[in-house]
Design a protein around this ligand. Sequence first.
Ligand code: IMP
Length: 206
Amino acid sequence: MRKLLVATRNVGKKREIRSLLGHLPYEIVFPEDVGLYETPEEQVLETEQTFEGNARKKAEYFQKRARVPTVADDSGIEVLSLGGLPGVRSRRFAMAAPGQDIDLANNNALLQRLAGAPTDRRGARFRCVVVLLRDRGAVPRVFEGSCRGRIETEAKGTGGFGYDPLFYSYDLEKTFGEASQKEKDGVSHRGEAFSALADWLEAHPL
Ligand code: IMP
């Protein structure tokens, strides 16, 4: 079976992507599966101001190293009253020190930024941009997804990863932290973007 490399080391993303692409006739592999271990270079790849720019850089970097068709996801949460922050800085929002629980630090930083904000200033959306790079000179294909909700005043639920326990989904009427994986996949930004990728791959096999 042909390999499709998914350029992420994020455990939460891996779990979701495995289930979102599992039905395709490709062997879904992650960097470690093809012998690509983390490099210092990788830490500073995400310098762009857009999700698409960062996803492209990740796809190009990993495609070049692995020489197999590569998919990269760049995603994050945007709070409307904060002008779209944390946005592309979602992973680094709290500037957590090495060894700290990054998700917990980010969630606390976001709660602090919104301390005292009324419900109508807590509107947010998750966004996900997926870039597929088939080979080196190929035109990158871009797929997007988003979902709407608001930031709770405290964490709810222990499912998912990242900001999930703070994100009350308008579709599910509960936080992503309280939702099952299947429920989240059905409405999430990543679910939407990867379904679009899956549809495209079915029509344009690698
Ligand atoms: P990336 O590796 O730059 O794409 O980082 C994305 C960051 O955005 C993650 O570390 C999370 O903090 C956040 N994020 C993206 N997608 C999700 C999600 O589905 N749930 C919760 N947090 C997410």
